[in-house]
Design a protein around this ligand. Structure first.
Ligand SMILES: *[C@@H]1O[C@H](CO)[C@@H](O)[C@H](O)[C@H]1NC(C)=O
Ligand SMILES: *[C@@H]1O[C@H](CO)[C@@H](O)[C@H](O)[C@H]1NC(C)=O
Ligand SMILES: *[C@@H]1O[C@H](CO)[C@@H](O)[C@H](O)[C@H]1NC(C)=O
Ligand SMILES: *[C@@H]1O[C@H](CO)[C@@H](O)[C@H](O)[C@H]1NC(C)=O
Length: 510
């Protein structure tokens, strides 16, 4: 009896070994060739120059024929280096994407030097590994500004321009706050409905004064400005930041004599002049990558159900921020085989809960991607979830809208998403199109994913802010000075506790 059990165990172990070596060695075609596989991204190419809260890079496995491998792989990754406290300490995670490639990201506990990054598969180094990094990798928490914004943009290889920035700044060629400031403060003195802050950046220090009742969102602006100031010297500038959802500066408004007012907002619209910045949502997920936030542009790319196993239906969850969202629910009742849409919260249309309810439990966005088609409908303004949907493993159907975020201008309908009318009139037709054109729909999904990885990852969000502020600051003609009543926003205490090799601070005129 016992012998038989032992024999069975032997057979089992032997089988496992065979299967295992088969999987990792030469059975089938999916054998990773370390020489052909690619490793790239700011986290291995310039982690010393691109200081990020979490640094990241990509791995694309390829076989001996240099063909991409679309099965998940596990990599063995180590960062070896020295810190003030001994060996370099870090947290690392691997995000297995849905196409076989992986994103690797790591967050340093403190600055490290003499760093090598080892990327192995099955004991073998992949091309380029170990990556030897010449400079120091600063912790993102260190106040180590290195050079001007121009120098920083160039060292980390940010794009030289952006069509949205060019467009937004056209009306503002000579900004004179000496004549605008008082008028702007008066114009937007509607404390119950408008909250905004007047910022002054001088010698890389941040000062502000806020107006209105709900100024809590100024923390998002403070945080990104302080984070940029730790990396390079911000240009001296003065600015007004709208803390609300709606853009403020209406075209054809009271701007005859002064020209439009220069105001920064997180959402733009076709009928306003507001200068758009990346939303506080995507900015926070950049700053808190591998920290507080669970969902960000990297983690959302985690492998979910393969395309073939996803429900061939459209999916939507959200709150009742706009009438069309209720109509979406009604549509889903009429076409349950095409669309699964429910509200998770009633606030604006509470009296219609009996008709459009019941509300359903909130689910994580990762579960959205169990469905092939994702619907994006405006909320109070643009739905800030669009970047996450575009990064996921489903294809996006986007409502036409005059609201936009900083990157919409670069999106192309039918290349990056499937468009539908603002009134939802052709949504059903577009879902049917996607079902009938499965290959094309998948291709649009792939294009959207590539767009995200080229335009909306954490470094891109820093680049956009840096480029925007650099361009904007050029057009201010009034003197930059800290104004009465402004509060200085301090860097967190710990930022000054790290040594920097090369810090160039603006020269103090003595
Ligand atoms: C895949 O492997 C099989 C057998 O292992 C072989 O017959 C076939 O030619 C390979 N195909 C490619 C594309 O390498
Ligand atoms: C992976 O690639 C193989 C060979 O090119 C293909 O047959 C298969 O459908 C692909 N699988 C997925 C999930 O894309
Ligand atoms: C800015 O406006 C103030 C007040 O109207 C004016 O005195 C000053 O000359 C203007 N500055 C420039 C550079 O136009
Ligand atoms: C809609 O989606 C939810 C979440 O995946 C699921 O539990 C529910 O059964 C779906 N409803 C229909 C009608 O398919």
């Amino acid at each position: 009896m016992e012998d038989r059990l032992r024999l069975r165990k032997y057979v089992l172990v032997w089988l496992l070994i065979v299967l295992h070596s088969c999987y990792f060695a030469s059975c089938g075609n999916a054998t990773v060739d370390p020489k052909n596989s690619r490793v790239w991204g700011p986290g291995v190419e310039m982690p010393d120059r691109a200081t990020l809260p979490a640094r990241y890079f990509f791995i694309e496995p390829r076989d001996a024929d240099n063909q991409k491998i679309n099965e998940s792989q596990k990599y063995d990754i180590h960062i070896i280096g020295q810190s003030r406290f001994g060996s370099c300490r870090y947290r690392l995670n691997q995000i297995d994407r849905h196409d076989g490639s992986s994103i690797v990201r790591y967050r340093l506990a403190e600055s490290c030097s003499d760093v090598t990054i080892h990327v192995r598969h099955n004991e073998a180094h992949l091309t380029g590994s170990p990556f030897a990094i010449p400079g120091t990798l600063y912790s993102e928490q260190c106040y180590c500004p290195q050079g001007s914004v121009e120098e920083w943009l160039e060292t980390v290889g940010c794009p030289a321009g952006d069509p949205q920035i060019d467009m937004d700044l056209i009306p503002f060629r000579a900004i004179n706050f000496s004549s605008l400031r008082t008028r702007m403060i008066q114009q937007y003195d509607k404390p119950g409905s408008i909250s905004h802050c007047n910022y002054v950046i001088l010698r890389n220090q941040v000062h502000r004064r806020c107006y209105g009742q709900h100024t809590g969102f100024s923390k998002f602006m403070d945080t990104i400005l302080l984070s940029l100031a730790r990396k390079f010297t911000l240009p001296d500038m003065e600015m007004f930041v709208n803390l609300g959802d709606w853009p403020l500066v209406k075209k054809g408004g009271p701007s005859r004599t002064t020209g439009p007012y220069p105001i920064f907002s997180w959402c733009g619209s076709d009928d306003t002049f507001d200068i758009v910045m990346p939303t506080y949502d995507i900015t926070e997920s950049t700053l808190e990558n591998m920290g507080r936030v669970m969902l960000d542009m990297l983690s959302v790319q985690r492998r979910g159900l393969p395309w073939a196993d996803k429900h061939a239906k459209a999916f939507w969850r959200g709150r009742d921020a706009r009438r069309e969202r209720l109509e979406l629910v009604a549509l889903s009742r009429r076409y349950p085989e095409l669309l699964n849409a429910s509200l998770t919260n009633f606030f604006f249309f509470r009296d219609e809960e009996s008709e459009f309810g019941p509300r359903v439990a909130h689910i994580s966005m990762h579960e959205f991607f169990d469905y092939r088609y994702q619907v994006n409908v405006d909320g109070t303004v643009a739905a800030y979830r669009l970047p996450y949907l575009l990064a996921g493993s489903s294809v996006v159907l986007k409502q036409d809208s005059f609201y936009y975020e900083h990157f919409y201008r670069k999106l192309v309908p039918m290349r990056h998403y499937i468009p539908f009318e603002a009134d939802l009139s052709n949504l059903v037709q577009q879902i049917e199109w996607a079902r009938e054109n499965d290959e094309k729909a998948r291709e649009i999904r792939d294009n959207a994913n590539a767009f995200i990885n080229a335009n909306l990852l954490p470094l891109d969000i820093y680049c956009y802010h840096a480029l925007l502020f650099k361009e904007y600051a050029k057009y201010i003609v009034s003197p930059i000075q800290v104004l009465p009543g402004m509060e200085k926003i301090e860097q967190p205490e710990e930022t000054y506790h790290c040594p920097c090799e090369r810090t160039t601070l603006p020269r103090d005129e003595l």
